[in-house]
Design a protein. Sequence first.
Length: 183
Amino acid sequence: MTTILDLPLHPLAVHAPIIFVALLVLLGAAYLLIPPLRQRIGWAAAILVLVAPATVYGSILSGQQFADFTYPDGWPDAVQQHHDNAYWLLWTLLALIPVWFLFTGLDRGRRAALLRGGDAPKPAAPEDGETATGSDDPAAGGRKVIMFVIGLIALALLGLAAWWLFQTGHTGAEMVWGGVVQN
């Protein structure tokens, strides 16, 4: 079992996912729901999308070592439930990665089109002898629909990650403070 200053690593390591997943949920929701903030918090959210699952995975590995050391004859049901919740959190965060980067790529394309005037509204109808001007971005309408759907999926995954973070922390806290598992 890995230790730091003779303390098991797992009780120390679990604080990283609590912080990083919670920050990801908050910044991710702000990024998705408040478009003017996207350029300011985009890089921080993208880094958290990658760092949060890594911290969860590190906590799972240290937790497995801790559980194997503490219960060499097999894990109690409460420990197994805590472990399963952590894996659900990990898989939810891993599912968020491609969804997140697809959304951010579409948003980047949307912003690039706005800069070149691609999302300008089309006029109602050209007058005699005039040509129609407006959007030179043929993907503008479809991009908005796809961004809305992908954004809803990302928001749902963020909510699910918050739920699994809560469930994982709650089962762990019950074991430590509620006396569910006795040595």
